[in-house]
Design a protein around this ligand. Sequence first.
Ligand SMILES: Nc1ncnc2c1ncn2[C@@H]1O[C@H](COP(=O)(O)OP(=O)(O)O)[C@@H](O)[C@H]1O
Ligand SMILES: O=C(CO)[C@@H](O)[C@H](O)COP(=O)(O)O
Length: 528
Amino acid sequence: MAAEDKCYLGFDLSTQQLKVTAIDDELKVISEFKMSFDEDLSEFGTSGGAEIQSDKLTVTAPVLMWVKAFDLVLEKMKNSKFDFTKVQSLSGSAQQHGSVYWKDGASDTMKNMPANRYLHYILESSFSVKDSPIWMDSSTSSECQNLEKAIGGPERLAEITGSRAYERFTGNQIAKIYKKYPQQYKDTERISLVSSFLATLFLGSYAAIDYSDGSGMNLLDIRRHVWSEKCLDACAPGLKEKLGNPMPSHAVLGTISPYLIERYGFNPDCKIVAFTGDNAGSMAGLRIEEGDIVVSLGTSDTVFFSVKDPKPAVDGHIFCNPVDCESYMALVCFKNGSLTRERIRDECANGSWDEFSKALKETTPGNSGYIGFYYDVLEITPAAIGIHRFAPENCKLHEFPKEVEIRALIEGQFMSKRLYAEALGFKLRKESKVLATGGASVNLDILQVLSDVFNSPVYTIKTSDSACLGSAFRAKQGPTGKAFRDVIKTGPEPKLVVRPSPESEKAYCVSRFQMLEHSIMHSCDMPE
Ligand SMILES: Nc1ncnc2c1ncn2[C@@H]1O[C@H](COP(=O)(O)OP(=O)(O)O)[C@@H](O)[C@H]1O
Ligand SMILES: O=C(CO)[C@@H](O)[C@H](O)COP(=O)(O)O
């Protein structure tokens, strides 16, 4: 087949949407499609792709909404005359930690799927838990305590799995389902991550969990690449069988399902490469080099970098690296990301990103000493809640002028990222690049603050959907057996978008920020 007749697909099922990017054999983007959960699937009634339950801690998403989004995005491609016969291989990524519970009999249903019916009808009764727990959930504190106790403390758990027990991590979520809904757990034949669930829809049979996304479960021994028996036993009985064996992130899991060949005209040889976490997908899309750091500004904010000799800590995570078996991916996640920026935009900038940007332009690096912490919901890093504003002399204030509030939000978010990334082992070098991605990375005024706080140049790639692009790159690489960096070396390079402003070097005092953060940790009204 001629090079111009080949293409590769990368999907991303993130918190707010399902997106797909198609690339050609030279790694150039040829088309992009997306389905937004709130807008295109409004019948499910989600807000930002999620449902917050009445306890305010349990956060879920309807699994059938994701299946319907899958149907609709493929239909959209078909309607736009996308040529499925050209797809050589595909891969994908998804929001991390969320879990999908397949009911007894679902694998039999998948063996015989009539191509004239939508998948969301065919799989209507195939899930034992209809509302999947997602990464925003923080309802499993007692399960976390149990797990840490069973394993010998948070440090020991982090040593084995890369992270101390976190509420959103899948092992703790499964433990809650087992305790609260024992019959549903019993009726479950397979548990997928959101990433391996999406891969399953393409394969038409259960897809393995990959090592990288598997690292976000508090269940995988990240050095030996096997489930930790002790962790499994501490979470729920019979769990190993329900999870299946984990696989390398570059593994070819099989070929596309007969259902999708018949319904959309996919090439029967189209290979499915293991799906992974969205941050891992972004790492693949951004061509990160040693000394670089990625700041992802999606629904969640994350900061991550590659590390050879990881030192798991009690803040932040170590995941298996999705594109380099010799190294790891260190990541810190912040729950109050884009949705908090949107709230402040609505309250202080009339709902306009342009006005929000104007406020950033009219204020100066360091915000004349005004610092704010904005935790609308219980934050992951640090575990704090509430809005806390400080004057230059460190006394607490009830409000800031609007433009000061906007800068305080953005500076506080980025100072926190720098602080926690450095605590997890990141060392800023002279040649370090900050690679920005995610929805808010289109905003150059936000990126200017990022550049100032890290005192480093900020780079982006053409698309803010780096997870889709990285997944398409991984789709191309998986079947070749070659090193990832060799396959993508001709691909597009990140471009410089902003440099730190001259006054930024002396504008930020990280130790003062840290001291104020400690003070609020002791004053926060934490939920029960
Ligand atoms: N111009 C902008 N400035 C700041 N933030 C923006 C801008 N455009 C979009 N966003 C933010 O991007 C977010 C979506 O990011 P995205 O990475 O697509 O989310 P996810 O992948 O988690 O579904 C929106 O919630 C919105 O707040
Ligand atoms: O929990 C984490 C990472 O540990 C989140 O980053 C989720 O993976 C959600 O991703 P986005 O939808 O915000 O990109």
